[in-house]
Design a protein around this ligand. Sequence first.
Ligand SMILES: [Zn+2]
Ligand SMILES: [Zn+2]
Length: 334
Amino acid sequence: MYNQKSKDLLVKKLESEDFNRTTCSFYKYVNIVDPLTFRDKVYEEFDSLEILGRIYIAKEGVNAQISVPEKNWGIFLKLISNIKLFNDVDIKTAINDGISFYKLVVKVKKEIVAYNIPKSKFNMDIVGEHLNTKQFNEAIENSNTTVIDMRNIYESEVGQFISAEIPLVEKSKDLLPEVRRMLKGREHHQVLLYCTGGIRCEKASSFLINEGIKNVKQLQGGIIQYAHDVKKEGLESKFIGKNFVFDARLGERVTEDIISTCHLCGETSDCHKDCKNDACHILFIQCSICDEKLNGCCSIECKKIASLPIAEQIKYRKNQKFVDKRRYFKSTKL
Ligand SMILES: [Zn+2]
Ligand SMILES: [Zn+2]
């Protein structure tokens, strides 16, 4: 955890850069015997190329969301192709620019997708068939088809496929049991899964196949790739709204539709905000009028605290119980 002051410094440093950056992401399920050593190697190499972002490494693979200086893009691609574990990895670039990351974090995790299901429940050699954008658009129209959004509620709230069903869970460990429950009686259906970049569907599709659901398919490269293809090939977008992304931009617009409302006043809005009170940092949707009224905070209490001197604010930060984090879910309409 770092305080607002150091974040401000990092932002200033970023803004003074005289080169552009490209935001991109990649993942790979691959057996990594020694994640700690691999972590150090990745950190050292990426840091030397001034790459920023968040990378998770686990025994089951790697998941990376990063921002690469354009001047180093060629060297970055070469570096990736030279790292054996990254062999054939598919690098997806973002559709919208803007500051995405402020620093480089490379962490060792237990899993790259924290579904918390035992190894006996999936086999990464058997995953759902990958559909490209065109194929996914066609498949969605078939009868006896169930489309499931494999992301969190706060992600689907601002953007989703038109006919998608949204699992109502708060924690990713509850997601797969809930999806299994939703498919009860529909085991013969064509099941179409999608997520942000594809990583969550890989594992989820393997789990569902293991559960006896035979016709499981997944969107290749996720919404990120879908949005690219729709734009490039002039296809109809069956995804409406925004694609939520896990960086400072908090979303990439796919279509002009705004499907959600401000959590405070109910006005149409799909702007996610991270409450400016450091003791809170709740993720919520806020319209520009409420943003102005509350200085980017989620409530009057938070606005008051955020306007105090830093030393006073720290007292609140120590009291983690200050905010009920579940408030987000109480206020969402889904
Ligand atoms: Zn509002
Ligand atoms: Zn707040």
